[in-house]
Write a protein that binds this ligand. Structure first.
Ligand SMILES: [Zn+2]
Length: 416
């Protein structure tokens, strides 16, 4: 093989190179400086791009990939549906662990939002009508209390308990609604333990009295007395576990015959609403603002299908497993939730949430009666701005008047 012949290039000593061609060396230096700057620029651009991409997508605490853009778009979309994601609150996570949980959600699946994306915002003009709620009745539930504080803050050294805020807000809402002419029943009026099923039993008892006084009982008064006795047992037992018997005629999945009779009666009481007042909490402290929950047949059924496979209560012989129940006034519940959210956030823009504003779920305090109802998570105790605002009387006053406006808007929309 013929060797390729090349003339060896004569190497010059470095000093000679430097001296012999100063201008070429200058050019080389300029070139090498340019490439260095280009390299640094590229590196910085790559780092910035990485940060930007990282900000758009991140892993949440459950390792699920979520998009910040999705959260922001949910805030901007405002009221109602927020897309196909759901950010779970700590309170819900807590109640999932304990199925007789403090909020009574009895729920383990992901919550879905059934509200309408494109609906109109529902707010009342400020007409200052003091008697605009005359003839309406509101059953108000101040969540938690006594041995059940609800969520707390700070998490490891609690200084604030949800139950105290709930009571203060509920009492203020009661004053507001009464000042506008409504009849109000408050299910907890001090810092005492009241079981969830006792609250619901009390609600049925109030409804029995209202229906009887209006002469619209769908059964005999002796049957009403039988139901009263069963309900009073739940009030007296004042416990939520299946074993305690406190669930009474509300125990089990689906809707039992006694409960269905009460539902049918309560469906007629369209001038009576049920509102439960709570605060929310989020361990990562990312979430803030108001959220309103309601129930639908679909949200309850979907949850109970899941619980049937995962929840120990469903395996008990004294826990009746019934057919799936259809008959709730789903649209009314959703409408009430939307009216409440729109009026609260309309009056207090800081409470516009970055979580799901309005969504269907499986809360016991909404599931086990036939009244149109909503659970108001007024704000996040874990969020600094939300908490500071809730400590101000003027904000609590605004929440109360907004709830009044939301209730009024619901009745106006229903034409009741
Ligand atoms: Zn709560």
């Amino acid at each position: 093989m013929k060797q390729k012949h090349t003339t060896p290039r004569k190497e010059q000593p470095v000093s000679s190179r430097e001296n012999s061609d100063a201008s070429s060396t200058k050019e080389n230096k300029t070139e090498s400086g340019f490439f260095k700057r280009l390299l640094i620029f590229c590196l910085i651009a790559a780092i910035l791009l990485g940060c930007f991409a990282g900000a758009l997508f991140y892993l949440d605490e459950n390792g699920k990939l979520e998009s910040i853009r999705a959260q922001f778009s949910s805030t901007r979309s405002g009221k109602g549906k927020t897309g196909d994601y759901y950010l779970e609150s700590d309170e819900k996570a807590k109640s999932r662990k304990n199925t007789s949980g403090s909020t009574g959600t009895n729920e383990t699946r992901e919550t879905k939002d059934y509200s309408d994306t494109e609906r109109e915002t529902l707010t009342l003009p400020d007409d200052g009508d003091d008697g605009d709620l005359c003839g309406y009745t509101i059953i108000l539930d101040a969540g938690h209390g006594g041995r059940d504080t609800g969520c707390v803050f700070p998490f490891n050294n609690p200084q604030y308990n949800e139950c105290d805020f709930n009571l203060r807000i509920a009492q203020r809402v009661k004053e507001e609604l009464e000042s506008r002419g409504a009849t109000v029943y408050l299910l907890r009026n001090d810092d005492s333990w009241v079981s969830l099923y006792s609250r619901i039993a009390q609600t049925h008892l109030i409804c029995l009295d209202i229906a009887e006084s209006q002469g619209i009982l769908p059964f005999s008064s002796s049957r009403a007395d039988e139901l009263r006795a069963l309900l009073q047992e739940s009030v007296d037992i004042n416990e939520d576990s299946v074993a305690s018997g406190g669930m009474g005629l509300m125990v089990g999945s689906g809707v039992g015959e006694d409960l269905e009779e009460l539902f049918e009666m309560e469906y007629q009481l369209d001038h009576v609403l049920f509102l439960s007042i709570h605060l929310n909490s989020h361990e990562a402290r990312r979430l803030h603002g108001t959220q309103i929950f309601y129930v639908t047949d679909e949200s309850v059924i979907e949850s109970e299908r899941h619980l049937a496979k995962t929840n120990a209560d469903f395996q008990r012989s004294d826990f009746p497993k019934r057919e799936e129940y259809y008959g709730r006034h789903n649209d009314d519940n959703e409408l009430l939730a939307c009216c409440l959210y729109d009026n609260i956030v309309g009056n207090i823009p800081d409470f516009s949430t970055n979580a799901t504003p309005v969504c269907a779920d499986n809360y016991a305090v909404l599931r086990e009666h036939g009244l149109t109802g909503a659970l108001i998570e007024v704000a996040y105790l874990s969020d600094d701005n939300d908490r500071e605002m809730l400590l101000q009387d003027s904000v609590v006053d605004e929440v109360a008047s907004s709830v009044g406006d939301g209730v009024k808007m619901y009745f106006l929309q229903r034409g009741i």
